[in-house]
Every structure is written in structure tokens, then in C-alpha cells.
Design a protein around this ligand. Structure first.
Ligand code: FES
Ligand SMILES: [Fe+2]
Length: 356
């Protein structure tokens, strides 16, 4: 893996690549869109993913489902985005009143006998998307051709003794805007070379001595395993498309994502989970504060790196402690080079750089 080079700087600022990141690359994977505890049977919840309005529902006695939050009649949203699910028996469009059940079937359209060319409710169901509950999260894919969620999460599922399904309570959720391409922030969080230098009093204390770092890789994920100073293992997973899971020996889990926004701007989203009632409010605040302190140290670095990544810049050389970055970048390359081959034909130099 170490004879591979890093992605060239132009990929971190190009408009066309940004568009491909948000469509072709993003559509190849699943996205954690809500905490499992935020939606209960008999509820609905509207959310936005990559500027797309989505609607989650949980029909009684079934599994959660996901739909475009877009009425098939004239495109209006059924609900405004919310923080948590709300009780809902029917989805009623606020525009002309078409009414759906939580399975996405049209139950009634206003003045239904007066349509000009006949009308069959079965032609007007909601556009459904793949949706799954896994661990403490609800996952959605924007495309039926995405890899399976089991493949995407294989390294998490295959790691023994992690409280993936036993940490159902989401304690905190925060977002911050970062003035960098999402890939710089994602690379940085996969970068095990900088922690001792850039975070000596924060993350480095959780991760312990660099000589004890152990790496593991699955097809799509990476894991850094380190001994935690309080005993047990501290686990840092890197997952596509832009996620990181930090797992403490006491069962706390942090999910960190870097969602693309503009070519030089992304949104950092942090969610904190813990097993039921093991963390009180004050402890949750202290935990959040601790994480935001090291993430602020990273913000300064990634925003400065963004300014350095101009069209002539090629980062490197790869270090043994940067293997997780190379692993992820090889996934990214293979996803994007197919798309770039088709969509960026006019720029041959750009494509060959991508295929290095
Ligand atoms: S847009 Fe929904 S009923 Fe017309
Ligand atoms: Fe960092």
C-alpha cells in the first residue's frame, strides 16, 4: 500500500470533483441519518442529507422506512425538518392535501374524481429509499446500487466486544462549519502520524503510546486500536464515505462525519452515544468539551492545509502511520476514476493524475 501516492491537491478544490463526491461517490454508500432513538414506531421525521429532503417513517409492527420528502404531485415537502420523530398516522401534503400512509401508499387525493385523464392511486406512491437500523443509528442509501450496509460496516460488526447495539442513547449532537474540502478533514482523522504532535494534551492521552498502535483493515473500513490509559481498548474506526467511530472501553461511542458542502467547505457533525443512563448531563458536557477541544486543534490544521492544496500540490511521502489514509484513498480512487473516466473526458491530465 505504501507505494501508492496521496491524492493530488486539485481534487480538493475542483468544482466538478465536488459534484461527483456528492453524487456518484456518496451514492455508493449508506449514510447515518438519525439516531435510532429519535424515531419510534408510529412516528415520522424529516431530515436533509446532502441538500436532499428525506422523510423517515416507522409504520407500527414494521421496520423504519425512508422516502424522498417530496410529494409526487408538485414536489412539496410533507413536513419541515425536525430534531426527533413525532406521532404520525397519515402524511398529508400541505399543498393540495394528498394523503399517504407511513408505507408511502397514496390513500386519497383531493377531488379525486375530477382529474382530466383518469387517476390511479397506485401510480402515485412515494419514492422510497433503502433504509436500515444498525447499531444506534438509522441508515439510508440514496441509491439502490450502493454496496450493502453489512459490507460497509463489516469491520465494526467483526470487532469483538464493542457496544455497537448497546449504546442507544444519543447524548449530544453538534455541527461546525470547516473552511476546507471534506477530504482534507477525512484524511486528517485517518492520520495516525499527527496525533502525538498536534494533540499532545488531548487525543494523544486517549490513544496512548504510538509504538502500541495496531492497525486493521477490511475492504471498506480501517481500525486503529490503542490501549486506553484507564484500561481496555480505545478503538478508532474509519468508514466510507466520510465517517469515524471512536469507541471507549466503557461503551461510549462518538460518530464524527465530514459532510461535503462546497469544494472548500464542509460540515463537521459529531454525535455522542452511551449505554443507557451511564453518563449524566455534566459528564456528557465534559465529554463533548473534551472532544471539541481536540477537534478545534484539527480545525486550525485542516483549514491551513486547504490553502496549501493548490493545483500544483502533491502531498507526501506516505508514512507507515498514514496507512489508513492510503486505504481510504484507494477506495475513493476506484469509485471516482470510473466516473471521472466518463464525466471528465475533456481533462486528460486530470484523469491521469486521479489514476496514479
Ligand atoms: S404538491 Fe402535494 S398535493 Fe399537491
Ligand atoms: Fe487530529
Amino acid at each position: 500500500m505504501l507505494n501508492q501516492s496521496f491524492l493530488p491537491g486539485w481534487l480538493y478544490r475542483d468544482e466538478e470533483i465536488h459534484r461527483l463526491d456528492c453524487t456518484l461517490y456518496a451514492n455508493h454508500f449508506w449514510h447515518p441519518v438519525a439516531a435510532a432513538a429519535d424515531l419510534r414506531p408510529g412516528q415520522s421525521l424529516a431530515i436533509t442529507l446532502l441538500h436532499q429532503p428525506l422523510l423517515l417513517t416507522w409504520p407500527e409492527g414494521e421496520q423504519p422506512r425512508a422516502f424522498r420528502n417530496r410529494c409526487p404531485h408538485r414536489g412539496a415537502a410533507f413536513q419541515a425538518d425536525g430534531e426527533a420523530g413525532k406521532p404520525c398516522r397519515r402524511l398529508i401534503c400541505p399543498y393540495h392535501g394528498w394523503t399517504y400512509n407511513l408505507q408511502g401508499e397514496l390513500l386519497a387525493a383531493t377531488r379525486e374524481s375530477d382529474f382530466e385523464h383518469g387517476f390511479d392511486r397506485r401510480d402515485w406512491g412515494l419514492h422510497e429509499l433503502p433504509c436500515r437500523l444498525d447499531g444506534p443509528l438509522i441508515w439510508v442509501s440514496l441509491n439502490a446500487q450502493a454496496i450493502s450496509l453489512d459490507e460497509q460496516l463489516a469491520i465494526v460488526h467483526d470487532t469483538s466486544n464493542i457496544p455497537w447495539s448497546a449504546a442507544p442513547i444519543q447524548l449530544r449532537q453538534v455541527q461546525r462549519s470547516l473552511a476546507c474540502n471534506w477530504k482534507i478533514a477525512h484524511d486528517n482523522t485517518l492520520d495516525d502520524y499527527h496525533v502525538a504532535i498536534a494533540h499532545p494534551k488531548t487525543l494523544h492521552r486517549e490513544q496512548g503510546p504510538v509504538r502500541q498502535y495496531v492497525h486493521r483493515f477490511s475492504r471498506y473500513g480501517t481500525l486503529l486500536e490503542t490501549p486506553h490509559p484507564d484500561g481496555g481498548r480505545f478503538l478508532t474506526f474509519g468508514l466510507p464515505p466520510w465517517s469515524h467511530l471512536l469507541v471507549w472501553p466503557d461503551g461510549r461511542i462518538a460518530l464524527l462525519e465530514f459532510l461535503p458542502n462546497l469544494p472548500s467547505c464542509c460540515t463537521m457533525q459529531l454525535r455522542l452515544f452511551a449505554p443507557t443512563e451511564t453518563v449524566d448531563n455534566a459528564a456528557a458536557d465534559a465529554w463533548l468539551e473534551q472532544l471539541l477541544t481536540f477537534l478545534e486543534e484539527d480545525r486550525v490544521l485542516v483549514e491551513s492545509a486547504q490553502l496549501g492544496y493548490d493545483d500544483t500540490f502533491n502531498p507526501g511521502p506516505p508514512h507507515r502511520l498514514e496507512q489508513r489514509i492510503l486505504h481510504w484513498q484507494s477506495i475513493y480512487r476506484s469509485q471516482l476514476s470510473t466516473a471521472a473516466g466518463n464525466k471528465l473526458e475533456r481533462n486528460h491530465d486530470a484523469i491521469s493524475a486521479l489514476r496514479i
